[in-house]
Design a protein. Structure first.
Length: 142
């Protein structure tokens, strides 16, 4: 009986020693932290809205002729568009009014023939002026 008690005691010590050793190994070699995929680290980028429109020239005004325009505001009433131009001038924007065939006034802060430059300006505006995150790309059709 004494041998059986001694045997059980030795087995118990063996189990305790094994679990202590396993615990110390897991502490020495902790699981590596989970790495986020690159996709989850990148903030979602809002898609750039594009519209193709015919731009008309108002009598007495000279219109710049470019293929791409960065539009920061659109209005039914010309006076509202002019007021918007004054508002955005406070942020350093130089703008131009464009009118489409439906009579809408577009406030453009960039006219260019370089589509990539126009897209970069849209991203710059969205990043630096979150108030204008709905800035979009007008593609002029003739």
């Amino acid at each position: 009986m004494r041998n059986l008690g001694l045997l059980l005691f030795i087995m118990f010590l063996g189990l305790v020693a094994c679990s202590t050793q396993k615990k110390s190994q897991s502490e020495a070699n902790p699981k590596p932290p989970e790495i986020q995929s690159q996709e989850s680290l990148i903030e979602p980028v809002l898609e750039i809205q594009e519209k193709e429109e015919v731009i008309i020239e108002e009598p007495g005004e000279e219109l710049s002729i470019y293929k791409f325009y960065v539009i920061i505001g659109s209005f039914n009433i010309r006076e509202n568009a002019v007021q918007h131009q004054e508002d955005i001038a406070q942020f350093g924007f130089i703008s131009e009014l464009l009118q489409n065939q439906e009579g809408l006034y577009r406030v453009s802060v960039l006219g260019t023939n370089d589509e990539q430059a126009a897209r970069q300006e849209i991203f710059r505006i969205r990043k630096n002026h979150t108030k204008y995150e709905d800035t979009w790309l007008l593609i002029r059709i003739k």
